[in-house]
Write a protein that binds this ligand. Structure first.
Ligand SMILES: Cc1ncc(COP(=O)(O)O)c(C=O)c1O
Length: 407
């Protein structure tokens, strides 16, 4: 060991920096050099936070709500989270069963750390949001991956889950609408998943961060609307995506009170309360008008149609229509080099290499499927304008055309 090498704790060496953040950092480097990057990387809305929410934060500063608050969040906000969730989804939580956290990620981190003993298993459907496996590993748990099928629209099936439950299984994570696939678990399948968890004494952790971005006949849904589901259920929600508030860092968990109390303990010894000003903004978001959510959704729907049509028009690229969120997850494996041909010659044997080349050659930022446990796919976020989507599609087509003509 070098004399000054930093010896880090084993638990931190078990995890790595978020792969999606790594792509964003690389794209930022290009942008800092003045390069026009078409950026399909960000997992965040491109809309500004709605005006009435920003005003509420400004009022909070003017009224000096700038001090510590209760660790679990101010009482009116905990009440508002419960009332909003009840109105949107038919759940019935009391403020003592609610904790406000520093974003949904923080709520997931605290949930897993409050429940998982070393060697416990957490079922994670694949493709997965990048943070799930690392959070489980940090807690000393073992991620057990549940496959989903492209042909089935990446829908998580209770039968698949049941086959993977074992004596150490403690939690099943369900993220619907899903990042990265946009897949939405239909209510009847959610009821089956819940029933499997109830019967086998496993927690169902429902990550509802994208709940309000659904398309076509799909509607926002929460399994918490099932009567009697509370003892087996942890709901994690976030204001980040629904209200375009990623930077404000407000999320929440709804769970049985002993678990909320344990999360409160963790929060009290780490972050303390989420930012006081953000909490007042969140209170306005949950109690004020929601027209801006509908406006954003209508724009996402338009972009979704455009990017889907564009990707599907590229030979060798197939793409499932996402029912929710703001991502498309095309399968591009047929276009990879696979050891021969022009794409192999330029080093595009897998999607990680392909994403790197797209950034280098076309200044097009996408996240490779490897980050989500799904090589052969690329994730495109369509939280960007139609004009940028069209420019990005042009660059993608040009890349494939020029790579294959050997130029
Ligand atoms: C599936 C999923 N869950 C949770 C989060 C956490 O969001 P936040 O911590 O901003 O609430 C994200 C953010 O990208 C996500 O994609």
């Amino acid at each position: 060991m070098e004399r000054n090498a930093v010896q880090l704790a084993e638990r931190v060496n078990r995890i790595s920096v978020s792969a999606t953040l790594a792509v964003l950092t690389e794209a930022e480097r290009y942008k800092a050099r003045g390069i026009d990057v078409v950026d399909f990387g960000p997992g965040e809305p491109d809309f500004p936070t709605p005006e009435h929410i920003k005003r509420a934060a400004i009022r909070a500063i003017e009224q000096n709500f700038t001090k510590y608050t209760a660790t679990a969040g101010i009482a009116p906000l905990r009440e508002a989270v419960c009332a909003w969730h009840a109105a949107q989804f038919g759940s019935s939580y009391a403020p003592g069963e609610c904790i406000v956290s520093v974003g949904g990620k923080h709520a997931i981190f605290n949930t897993i750390n409050a429940l998982i003993e070393p060697g416990d298993e957490v079922l994670i459907p694949v493709p997965y949001w990048v943070s799930f496996p690392d959070i489980v590993k940090y807690a000393g748990g073992r991620p057990v991956f549940v496959p989903t099928e492209t042909a089935d629209g990446f829908c998580l099936r209770a039968a698949q889950v049941e086959g993977l439950l074992g004596p150490r299984t403690r939690v099943l994570i369900v993220n619907s609408p899903n990042n990265p696939t946009g897949a939405v678990v239909p209510p009847e399948e959610f009821a089956r998943l819940y029933e499997v968890c109830r019967r086998r004494g496993v927690w169902l952790l429902s990550d509802e961060c994208y709940s309000h971005f659904t398309y076509g006949s799909t509607r926002p849904y929460s399994v918490a609307g099932i009567a009697g589901s509370k003892p087996h259920l942890i709901v994690v929600g976030s204001l980040s995506k629904t209200f375009s508030m990623t930077g404000w860092r407000v999320g929440y968990a709804l769970a049985p009170q002993p678990l909320v109390d344990a999360m409160l303990k963790l929060q009290s010894q780490s972050t303390s309360n989420p930012t006081s000003i953000s909490q007042y903004a969140a209170l306005e978001a949950l109690t004020g008008p929601m027209d801006s959510v509908a406006t954003m959704l209508a724009e996402y729907a338009r972009r979704r149609a455009r990017i889907l049509a564009g990707l599907r028009a590229i030979p060798g690229v197939t793409c499932t229509a996402p029912d929710g969120a703001f991502y498309v997850f095309p399968h591009v494996a047929a276009r990879l080099g696979n050891g021969s041909g022009a794409l192999a010659a330029i080093g595009a044997q897998d999607t990680a290499a392909l994403a790197r080349l797209l950034l280098e050659r076309e200044h097009l930022a996408v996240v490779p499927g490897e980050a989500f446990g799904a090589p052969g796919f690329l994730r495109f976020s369509y939280a960007t304008s139609i004009e940028r989507i069209e420019e990005g599609l042009r660059r993608l087509e040009r890349f494939f055309a020029s790579a294959e003509s050997g130029s």
